[in-house]
Design a protein. Structure first.
Length: 263
């Protein structure tokens, strides 16, 4: 069964795209077939996997607008088991175009999910825009779970309540299989008393929904996108790479457990 995870937080700068790129890569590294869907018009996930803007003449917008086929848009990355549906700047226009459709919140699901299932992907990760607009709603409608990156900084919990309300509304109205798959603490600095305090607050609030794995503030994680590489390829021995490998293993365990409970 293909598991579809929306990586979402409407607050920018929380490590959302970095988490999507590196989790997709590390899942592929442990022999899972993975599709990363770059649904953010900024297209940073596509850049972070080495695909320049000049090479995105056919991108996710063209697939969703019925101007290109899945195979024409699909980018086979240099990473075994990892494919990408890249974003282009014209994806920003899709939000307006979707609003003119009947049942616009189902459009991305109706286009992408049949391909995801037929191609045998174990995981589909969707990098959502940093907003709770129609593109993010489409991602939630398509997904089986939501992974929320949360930075260990002062305003960490600000906005999460609204995201949780949106998840519940989507589950109630459009997608009963949707769950909050987990919360990933990012940009953690164990030397910083505030980071430790925020971690404690988040764990006290959300309990077991918070991943045991914490992503540290790590210069290698920050540098890797400028070289068009996930951190596991840029510096496999770095603390960031090791953390994302641990996160991938924990994500697989969670999904196996969720699947067992659903049967």
């Amino acid at each position: 069964m293909t598991r579809i995870l929306a990586v979402s937080n409407q607050k920018g700068g929380v490590g959302k795209t970095t988490t999507a790129i590196n989790l997709a890569t590390t899942l592929a590294a442990v022999d899972k077939k993975v599709l990363l869907v770059d649904l953010d018009p900024q297209g940073n996930a596509s850049t972070g996997l080495g695909l320049s803007l000049a090479n995105r003449e056919k991108n996710l917008y063209h697939l969703l607008a019925d101007l290109a086929t899945f195979d024409e848009v699909l980018f086979k990355t240099d990473i075994p088991n990892l494919d990408l549906l890249p974003a282009g700047q014209d994806l920003a226009a899709l939000e307006v175009e979707l609003s003119t459709l009947d049942d616009p919140q189902f459009h991305v699901k109706n286009v992408i999910e049949p391909y995801a299932n037929s191609e045998g992907y174990d995981f589909v990760l969707v990098d959502c825009p940093p907003a709770l607009g129609l593109l993010t709603i489409n991602a939630l409608v398509m997904s089986t779970g939501v992974l929320v990156p949360l930075q260990t900084e002062f305003f960490a919990l600000e906005g999460v309540a609204q995201l949780l309300k949106t998840i519940e509304a989507v589950k109630e109205n459009f997608n009963q299989r949707l769950t909050l798959q987990g919360i990933v603490l990012t940009m953690f600095d164990k030397r910083n008393r505030l980071s430790v305090q925020v971690e404690n607050d988040v764990r006290n609030t959300f309990g077991d929904l918070v991943y045991k794995t914490v992503i540290p503030r790590n210069v290698r994680v920050s540098e890797a996108p400028s070289f068009g590489k996930p951190v596991i390829l840029y510096d496999m021995k770095s603390a960031g790479a090791k953390a994302y490998l641990d996160l991938a293993r924990e994500a697989i365990d969670r999904e196996d457990e969720n699947l067992a409970h659903s049967q």
